[in-house]
Design a protein around this ligand. Structure first.
Ligand SMILES: Cc1cc2nc3c(=O)[nH]c(=O)nc-3n(C[C@H](O)[C@H](O)[C@H](O)COP(=O)(O)OP(=O)(O)OC[C@H]3O[C@@H](n4cnc5c(N)ncnc54)[C@H](O)[C@@H]3O)c2cc1C
Length: 384
């Protein structure tokens, strides 16, 4: 598709944030929207590499409220957008193996219950009874919510992009943004490998690359890329249909059903910030050993696929929503490893902010860019 010379707004990044924002802006009547993605396919960044987990179980009110708004949008996706996104309510089961995490889990369950999320606190014995194939002799407690689960990230991205296109949005792939032209303190144009577009509004939805886009406009965006990886296994008939999304919290080690096998991942706490998306073979071995210690039947399975992607990490593990010191330059990003599930509501909130000047569906105004300079950080405990 040829790039238009002008647009009311240019969105940079064709992952879940950019796609959702484009759709929601068009829904609100702003149709002269151009969405730019540098890769051949939309969703080729963090979104297409993610585990697809969706959950209500967070430790801060604002994240629970984002889930309360966003997950029903994923449930309604087929009716509203016309795409099946395979939402499965397999439940998330967080397992605590130390007293510090048990205390945090108790507080989290109280908070979630107060906000209307029916998460249950489980004893160590209840965890073991729920997971008979797993070795969790050290489990002290668990938290479980059946409405947490999984959905398909690529279907969400393509659903939003197709629906946005039907409303007139121009979504262009293989268009890399190389610069942002300012006039004084205002956005004037976006430069790309396919030409430039004059515009007064730019939404930076570049995920792990958001700080690079910020630099083009002279704005410091404290989002750091950090590699995370996972692998899938051959079919494992021993794993029951109702096997939940299990998270061994202290090790950041997780398992969920993927087809007839499992998807297994683990966060490498020693990973240095960077854009490398190749699989670290040494760490994969560490991950496999940790997984086999928890779930010995894995020894009989083979690896089918493995890949790595980038978390987009902020100093307080909360996203950034809203304006920047440059007029017309907006940011939505930095979801720190749980942005797929919050993508639907995030795009809607950005459409509200850009068109109305405020957020109405969920008040995310505390999650502005200015908070980092002003020391107003909001820490999230349930980071996997
Ligand atoms: C291994 C892994 C597992 C995860 N698991 C989960 C999970 O279970 N649940 C969950 O909710 N979240 C999960 N996440 C996090 C989730 O994937 C992200 O929070 C979310 O996808 C971020 O979406 P985004 O649109 O901001 O970024 P992206 O999807 O990365 O989109 C940004 C896009 O911008 C494009 N871009 C960058 N620079 C330019 C440029 N100069 N010009 C044009 N385009 C550009 C990129 O190519 C990219 O497609 C996981 C992430 C990883 C890496």
């Amino acid at each position: 598709m040829e790039l238009p010379g002008t647009a009311d707004i240019v969105i940079i990044g064709g992952g879940v944030m950019g796609a959702s924002a484009a759709y929601h802006l068009a829904q609100r009547g702003l149709n002269d929207v151009v969405l730019l993605e540098r890769e051949e396919f939309f969703g080729a960044g963090a979104t297409g590499r993610c585990a697809g987990g969706v959950r209500y179980q967070f430790s801060t009110e604002i994240n629970v409220r984002l889930s309360l708004a966003s997950l029903p949008m994923i449930e309604r996706f087929r009716d509203e957008i016309g795409h099946d996104v395979s939402y499965r309510h397999c439940g998330y089961l967080f397992v605590a193996t130390n007293e510090k995490d048990v205390a945090a889990f108790r507080r989290n369950v109280e908070l979630q219950n107060r906000l209307g999320v029916p998460t249950q606190l489980l004893s160590g014995d209840e965890v073991r009874a729920r997971l008979p194939l797993m070795r969790f002799a050290d489990a002290l407690a668990g938290t479980h919510n059946q409405k947490d689960g999984l959905a398909d990230p690529n279907s969400v991205v393509m659903g939003y992009i197709s629906a946005a296109r039907r409303s007139g949005v121009k979504a262009v792939s293989r268009a890399e943004v190389t610069g942002i032209r300012l006039k004084g303190n205002k956005v004037e144009a976006v430069e790309t490998t396919q030409g430039s577009i004059e515009t007064r509004l730019v939404l930076n939805a570049a995920g792990p690359w958001a700080s690079q886009i910020g630099q083009m406009a002279g704005v410091h965006i404290p989002i750091v890329p950090c590699r995370r990886q996972m692998f899938t296994t051959t079919p494992m008939p021993e794993i029951p249909e109702d096997f939940p999304f299990v998270i061994d919290f202290a090790q950041s080690l997780y398992f969920h059903r993927e087809g007839a096998g499992l998807l297994i991942g683990m966060s490498n706490i020693r990973e240095k910030p960077g854009y490398d998306q190749s699989v670290d073979d040494d760490f994969e071995l560490t991950n496999m050993e940790a997984a086999a210690a928890r779930l010995p039947v894995i020894a009989g399975a083979g690896r089918v696929a493995h890949w790595a992607g980038l978390y987009e990490v902020t100093p307080d593990a909360h996203p950034i929503f809203g304006g920047t010191p440059v007029d017309g330059f907006y940011i939505v990003g930095g979801f720190s490893g749980h942005g797929f599930m919050h993508g639907p509501i995030a795009g809607k909130l950005m459409a509200e902010f850009i068109l109305d000047g405020s957020f109405s569906t969920v008040d995310v105004s505390p999650l502005d860019l200015a908070r980092f300079g002003e020391g107003r950080l909001v820490h999230e405990y349930n980071v996997v």
